[in-house]
Design a protein around this ligand. Structure first.
Ligand code: SF4
Length: 160
């Protein structure tokens, strides 16, 4: 198995570097193999989003397709994603995108649901002292996170 890091959605560059460093640190710990198919280019993310209401759909498509294409070019039969470990992601959309890409690229998408491992992943990241993100990745998710924290501080409530 090879772990592919492709996340042009992450904003800004500092955050990208923190998450990338954490990815590399963990994989070195477990002696996992990894690749980064291209360098950081946020334009790849912005040019992919065809409507902002559904930005996550386009974002999933972009990232999964890059991994599928890389896998196909390098002789792999299957691809998947760790995105489904997060209870904040739309797993149904991720699977739908993965299955469409499977047809387009000709490599099998493994639609695993990793959400049951989320608490363990949190414990592990604390134990290994890995960086833990507090927003999904794009500039809009960062802004939404800031708004939520301000709202909570002002009202003591979690949601608007
Ligand atoms: S919220 Fe997350 S999944 Fe959705 S577009 Fe932003 S970075 Fe991508």
């Amino acid at each position: 198995m090879v772990n592919v890091f492709y996340n042009p959605n992450i904003h800004p560059l500092d955050e990208y570097n923190r998450r990338y460093a954490s990815f590399v640190k963990y994989l070195r710990t477990i002696q996992g193999e990894f690749v980064v198919p291209v360098g950081y280019n946020p334009l790849e993310y912005f040019s992919q989003i065809q409507d902002w209401e559904n930005r996550c759909w386009w974002c999933y498509n972009l990232r999964l397709k890059k991994v599928a294409l890389w896998g196909k070019e390098n002789g792999f039969k299957y691809f998947s994603t760790t995105l489904t470990i997060s209870p904040y992601q739309n797993v149904t959309q991720i699977w739908e995108a993965g299955k469409q890409i499977e047809q387009q690229v000709g490599i099998v998408f493994v639609d695993r649901d990793f959400r049951g491992g989320f608490p363990e992943s949190q414990n592990l990241s604390k134990k290994e002292n890995l960086y833990r993100q507090n927003y999904c990745g794009c500039i809009l998710s960062k802004w939404e996170g800031v708004k939520r924290r301000i709202w909570k501080r002002l009202t003591g409530r979690k949601s608007f």
